[in-house]
Design a protein around this ligand. Structure first.
Ligand SMILES: NC(=O)c1ccc[n+]([C@@H]2O[C@H](COP(=O)([O-])OP(=O)(O)OC[C@H]3O[C@@H](n4cnc5c(N)ncnc54)[C@H](OP(=O)(O)O)[C@@H]3O)[C@@H](O)[C@H]2O)c1
Length: 242
């Protein structure tokens, strides 16, 4: 299968690319990003194609031709809440919402395989009712809510499309010492259940890859669903290789 990973240089996108190279069912990986991706030199990257764009809202015919025949896309592009302070809200909305639509349309125009699975990364706690503005980051949250509602319309507007919204909790990982500290705190707290929704980066990447390869379990996946699917997928992969 041919997989497009949009936002391939992000925190999650990087891990999705790393794992996708180890999944035999995935025969082609299109890494869509604004800069060249760095891959782990120990992995065979012969099925990886890096496609660089200036902006996630503009797709030339050359770029669209790289999307031809894709089976799935995992869309991770967004300005995340902590980064919003550096941008006007109009730009935040453009990147998070308008570019999602423009990216999907470019992939659809390129002629994907049917069904074409579009997996959109969202966040735990995103409201489903845009009239209910949360007290914290209300404008941003309502915009992400409207983006989810927009993605749900894709299969109604275009034939042969399936969508999935992954509402992930905080991504726990150890890319920096401060992130490692938070990840370890989550590990300790998770012993008493999972009071703060969180997920390891490798589990989340495995969960969305599983949905892209094996089919969508349901249109909205909660953090608990993603943890379960990710752990199952990683366990299955480990038993295949041992
Ligand atoms: N991190 C978390 O704890 C967490 C938790 C729940 C849900 N999520 C969701 O998961 C998705 C991926 O998150 P992440 O942590 O991987 O985020 P990230 O590292 O910030 O990566 C997001 C992607 O969006 C692109 N992007 C960021 N700002 C942009 C801008 N101004 N213009 C164009 N592109 C821009 C980045 O491109 P560049 O690499 O070129 O900058 C990157 O490819 C997001 O939808 C996020 O809301 C994240």
């Amino acid at each position: 299968m041919k997989l497009i990973v949009a936002g391939a240089t992000g925190l999650l996108g990087t891990e999705i690319i790393r794992q996708s190279l180890q999944i035999p069912e995935i025969t082609q990986v299109i890494a869509l990003a604004r800069k060249p991706i760095q891959t782990d030199g120990s992995l065979d990257s012969s099925k990886l194609k890096s496609v660089i764009i200036q902006d996630y809202g503009e797709y030339s015919d050359e770029v669209k031709s790289e999307f031809d025949g894709a089976d799935a896309c995992i869309w991770t592009v967004a300005i995340t809440p902590f980064r919003t302070r550096s941008f006007d809200f109009a730009e935040v909305k453009r990147v998070c919402q308008d570019c999602t639509k423009l990216g999907f349309e470019a992939m659809y125009q390129a002629g994907p395989t049917r069904p074409f699975r579009f997996i959109y990364l969202s966040a735990d706690g995103t409201p489903r009712d845009p009239s209910k503005k949360p007290a914290i980051m209300g404008e941003y949250q309502v915009m992400r809510c409207n983006t989810e509602l927009m993605v749900f319309e894709f299969p109604k507007e275009k034939k042969g499309v399936e969508v999935c919204i992954a509402q992930a909790g905080v991504i726990a990982n150890s890319t920096t010492w401060s992130r490692a500290l938070v990840a370890n705190l989550f590990r300790v707290v998770n012993f008493i259940g999972r009071p703060f929704p969180n997920i390891d980066r490798n589990e989340l990447a495995a969960a969305v890859l599983d949905q892209a390869v094996n089919g969508i379990e349901k249109e909205t996946l909660s953090n608990a669903d993603l943890v379960r699917l990710g752990q199952q997928a990683l366990k299955a992969r480990k038993s295949q290789t041992s």
